[in-house]
Design a binder for this molecule. Structure first.
Ligand SMILES: [Zn+2]
Length: 1059
């Protein structure tokens, strides 16, 4: 219902009406034709101002983009609400009138607007847009379906607008549009700073709601001039093409100004720009493989729930671009996001599925989400691929050939093998360009993991996954490519990202215009597959990077949000045990295997491994959502465990209990029963059975030290502690080797100042190490807290951390164990402080060893080079070890990931206190356990790896008596091979899946023996549980075992059919 009209500058009458008395003179010959002088700066700035939406925007070309604009006169509103379109559009639903300038909100709420639009008849045949600015995100519905999205993002002053019609027909003049608005911008609503906690009170205002008639000539020339200006600015002063582009831009401005922006002047401008752009590249010019992309963080500065709408909004706009631009291609990762859109926006899903079939909307990555690349366990990483690829195969009939992790904070050195196991041979990221100290030396290269597996790796040299499609970015991509000469192609990812948005018409237009323009690299609208095929042609010339891709930034993310990391570790163990239990029950008791429920729980765990959730870099609301999912896993998992155990046990009174050993070796250890008594038990590998109490080895003794404190000993280790709980001596029985550095204290808590440069939750800077402050205020000195001369000896102390924070610790030693456990309870209320515990050892080595997924790696303990010193805070999984020949100490943990080792001192990172984006991060109570494991001989042979598993996978005790003999399932003949997973096969329901890896870093032949079961067939499979061709494993003569060879760190999975 258009009413008032705004005449724009562009539409002002160009011909003055002549009065009856006026005359028009002949122009005559121009006496002097002015030629542009060589003033690069003024000419360049002239072009800039001619395009500016800020300067001279009342007379320049920007002001002429629309011929006419009409404000909307009928806007109705309802909100906040979570109603769907069908609910809100009910005829009797009440909506109220809404005016431009009114507000709505607050942050993270959703609202509906109904627009009744009538377009003036004079606009027939024209291109008509809806311009809408509510400074937040919105989805447009037309005829009941979502058709396009709007954001507050702007591209050269042009906001994302909805094209009502490319060519207005008379039956398009009247229409009704609905807009569903979310009160957040692309990158959330941080209060006074992007990464700050959100401003939950913020209100939003509708500042623009209008229809506009596009001046097609002005738009096209504006696009050309943007390219010419950017080329002139980005090419060197000495570049011929740079000067040509500047000259062309200047000429175009002259033509338009002198021709008073007439149709003829735009035609003349077009001839000038066409002439420039038709000058093509030479053969062999660097080629940029341009792919539309839209990085959407599954949760970050917003919650999971909002991401569902972000995906839908971004992808409907992408699909509508595909309708218009036949060459446009788009790459899209994270199966979880596809699943969300499938479940919540079926019409959008149907459209994108159509373009997936055409090979233009291209699923990439092969994982459930873009997970953190450091912290998930090996099995979790396998499941990311298993469930991701399964989804892409079932939905689209394709398997992703590349792993896609452009925004993650470092990459495990075993990822090449995990990728290969998951049907993937190519990898793309760009995040290492964020490293603060060292510039990574390659863009296209081979990456070799700890087992020798290789993948072809590409880092887009533009150092971004969200480019705008400008000449400057194309030139950066070409110039920055460090492997030019070896490989003359690059990936170029364009489209608004992080919070969604995706590519725009302007980006696609510009890139099409620059497809082959001398001075710039060639641009090819492409796919990852096409790029990697091209890159592989040069593979013999490419360099190889061996080991981890360590990001020299964001190293605080190994520690931030401790409870999420603890839940992650616990849930990984719980799901492992559940799968094992139900596999055994399924075979032994014919119990139904809860496949659907296990898959649901796995997917919740995998979702929370997203690269801003597990690292702890999300807002508090998102962290709370993650905890809800973890609690679901824990609650459902424990109920399943209990009901499973009930199948093979019965409730009895008295001291009858059932015990489950989820690990693939026999364990003898002290357990605490539900009635609080301690027993020394022996449990066979992978077994469920009755408690089998053993006569225990030497009891634990606690003796007073002369200087104060105590000595704990059990005939295996002897540990001297001072009054503050600090270790002053640590020895193995029958050895004089002292493990603690002279005059130093191990188990010393230390506090560091932790103020990074910007990325609060993410970064701990190198200078924090200069602020070490030991905690010395022991307000409850060390005292004995258990019976002496028993199965378990324990002492306890408490230390003050700050005015409001304190720490209590119980130090325990069990009979028969070399592990000294430190059960730690912290009440934590600090601000930008970093708590660690340090262990100065009497061990000399230039390297320490850290556990990673399915293996381990070494890192230096010195700072010889900038690459060494940049690794001042590193990550590990369950253990790190410092060894010299014949002796060493391992520091194990049950939920921590941050470590550092300098010289002979190893530190475990415990808690941080960051304030952004979660303003309450880590405040409150924490409980965690770490353990010290001194050893003789190598860490491999002395049992470090097993001890770390045993700390994390405690024997599970159930309050019911087991019926019958213990069920022991599989026996593994070699200590160096860990049976990591035993579950029902995913696709062959009559088979078991058995996954093992070689953990010592050596070659070995190993025999897997099934107890009381005969094997009918064994076939090796990959992580996706596809058969590995020609690898049918021989079943031994007895029919109960099979033997296979493992090379160092090799992961092998088998499908096993039992008789
Ligand atoms: Zn991201």
């Amino acid at each position: 219902m258009a009413s008032k009209r705004h005449a724009t500058n562009a539409n002002e009458c160009t011909q003055e009406k002549l009065s009856k008395t006026s005359i028009r003179l002949e122009a005559g010959v121009e006496p002097f034709q002015h030629v542009t002088l060589k003033h690069r700066r003024t000419t360049l700035e002239r072009a800039e101002k001619f395009l500016s939406h800020i300067y001279f925007a009342d007379v320049n070309l920007y002001s002429r983009l629309y011929q006419d604009r009409v404000p909307l006169s009928s806007i109705h509103y309802f909100g906040p609400t979570k109603e769907t379109f069908s609910e809100i559009s009910e005829p009797n639903h009440s909506l109220r009138e809404f005016k431009v300038g009114e507000s709505f909100g607050p942050t993270f709420t959703r609202h509906w607007f109904k627009l009744e639009i009538e377009i003036p008849s004079e606009w027939l045949g024209g291109k008509v847009l809806l311009n809408w600015d509510a400074d937040c995100e919105g989805m447009i519905y037309k005829n009941g379906e979502p058709v396009f999205s709007l954001t507050a993002a702007d591209e050269f002053g042009i906001r994302k607008s909805f094209t009502i019609s490319e060519n207005l027909a008379s039956d398009e003049k009247k229409l009704i549009l609905w807009i569903s608005v979310s009160c957040n911008r692309l990158l959330g609503e941080g209060k006074q700073g992007m990464i700050n906690p959100p401003d939950m009170e913020k209100m939003f205002s509708l500042s623009k709601a209008e229809i506009a008639l596009v001046d097609r000539n002005a738009f096209r020339t504006f696009g050309d001039l943007c390219i010419l200006y950017d080329m002139a600015k980005s090419l060197p002063d000495t570049s011929q093409r740079g000067l040509e582009s500047l000259y062309a831009a200047n000429e175009i401005i002259n033509v338009l100004v002198k021709g008073n922006y007439s149709g003829e002047s735009y035609d003349a401008a077009q001839i000038l720009s066409d002439k420039f752009f038709k000058t093509k590249n030479r053969e062999g010019q660097h080629t940029v493989y341009a792919m539309g992309h839209c990085h959407i963080d599954s949760a970050w500065l917003w919650r999971y729930d909002e991401t569902i709408h972000k995906c839908a909004r971004s992808w409907i706009s992408t699909v509508s671009l595909m309708d218009k631009y036949p060459d446009f291609k788009f790459v899209c990762s994270q199966a979880q996001q596809f699943q969300w859109v499938k479940d919540n926006y079926p019409s959008i899903y149907k459209k994108l599925k159509h373009y997936v079939k055409k090979g233009r909307f291209i699923p990439v990555g092969g994982t459930w989400v873009e997970m953190d690349g450091n912290l998930p366990s090996g099995e979790s990483m396998i499941r990311q691929f298993l469930y991701g690829q399964k989804f892409f195969r079932e939905e689209f009939g394709l398997t992703c050939g590349e792993f896609w992790l452009p925004d993650t904070f470092g990459y495990s050195a075993n990822l090449p093998q995990i990728m290969n196991e998951s049907g993937i041979s190519n990898f793309l990221t760009q995040k290492l360009s964020w490293s603060l100290i060292n510039a990574f030396p390659h863009n296209t290269f081979h990456w070799q993991g700890i087992d020798g597996s290789k993948v072809l790796c590409h880092f887009p040299p533009g150092d971004s996954y969200g480019m705008m499609g400008t000449p400057e970015e194309l030139l950066k991509t070409m110039n920055n490519h460090k492997d030019k000469g070896r490989s003359d192609s690059s990936v170029f990812l364009y489209g608004f990202g992080d919070g969604g948005g995706g590519p725009t018409e302007g980006m696609v237009d510009r890139l099409s215009r620059m497809s082959d323009c001398a001075g710039l690299p060639k641009v090819k609208m492409s796919t990852p597959d096409e790029f990697f095929k091209q890159a592989r042609k040069d593979e013999s010339k490419l360099c190889t990077w061996v080991g981890e891709l360590f990001l020299e930034l964001h190293n605080g993310t190994y520690t931030t949000i401790a409870n999420i990391k603890k839940f992650n570790r616990q849930c990984e163990v719980l799901l492992h045990d559940l799968e094992l239990l139900y596999t055994i029950l399924n075979i032994d008791h014919n119990t139904q295997y809860p496949s659907n429920e296990l898959e649901r729980l796995w997917k919740l765990l995998l979702l929370n491994q997203f690269h801003d959730v597990l690292p702890g870099s999300s807002i508090e609301l998102a962290n709370d959502d993650a905890v809800v999912y973890y609690k679901d896993i824990v609650k459902t998992g424990n109920e399943l465990l209990k009901s499973g155990i009930a199948k093979c046990s019965e409730l009895r009174k008295g001291d009858n209990f059932t015990v489950m050993n989820g690990l693939s070796w026999e364990r003898e250890e002290v357990v605490e029963l539900p009635d609080k008594t301690l027993k020394y038990v022996c449990c066979p590998a992978l077994s469920i059975g009755p408690i089998n109490a053993q006569s225990h080895p030497k009891a634990v003794e606690i003796q007073n030290r002369e200087e104060g404190g105590f000595v704990l000993s059990n005939g295996i280790v002897q540990c001297g502690l001072d009054k503050g709980g600090r270790i002053v001596s640590l020895k193995l029985a029958n050895s004089s080797k002292e493990f603690i550095k002279e005059k130093c204290h191990a188990n010393q808590f230390v506090l560091f100042d932790d103020v990074p440069l910007y990325w609060d939750a993410w970064d701990v800077m190198d200078y924090h190490l200069e602020t070490r402050s030991p905690l010395l205020d022991v307000f409850d000195p060390l005292h004995v807290c258990t019976d002496s001369n028993a199965l378990r000896g324990g002492v306890e102390f408490s230390v003050r951390i700050g005015a409001n924070s304190k720490l209590r610790q119980v130090i325990e030693l069990d009979a028969g164990s070399a592990s000294i456990k430190f059960r730690t309870f912290v009440d934590w209320h600090e601000n930008r402080k970093f708590l660690k515990v340090e262990f100065p050892f009497n061990i000399h080595s230039p390297k320490a060893t850290y556990e990673i997924q399915f293996g381990h790696l070494e890192r230096p303990t010195h700072q010889n080079t900038s690459w060494d010193s940049a690794r001042y805070e590193v990550w590990a999984h369950k253990w790190a070890d410092l060894s010299e020949f014949n002796y060493g100490v391992a520091l194990l943990n049950d939920s921590k990931y941050g470590y550092s080792t300098f010289g002979d001192t190893m530190r475990l990172s415990l808690l941080r206190s960051t304030k952004a984006p979660d303003g309450n991060a880590d405040m409150g109570e924490h409980q965690f356990t770490y353990a010290l494991f001194p050893h003789r001989g190598s860490f491999q042979n002395s049992g470090v790896i097993r001890a770390s598993y045993q700390l994390n996978n405690p024997l599970r005790i159930f309050e019911s008596g087991f019926v019958g003999d213990a069920i022991c399932f599989v026996y593994v003949s070699e200590k160096s091979v860990v049976l990591e997973t035993l579950k029902k096969a995913e696709f062959h329901r009559d088979a078991l899946l058995l996954r093992s890896y070689e953990a010592f870093g050596g070659s070995v032949a190993v025999e897997f023996t099934f107890n009381n079961r005969s094997i009918s067939k064994v076939i090796r499979c990959n992580a996706l549980e596809d058969f590995v061709e020609n690898e049918v494993t021989d079943v031994g003569k007895c029919g109960k075992s099979f033997v296979v060879d493992f090379s160092p760190f090799q992961i092998k999975s088998f499908l096993v059919w039992l008789q």
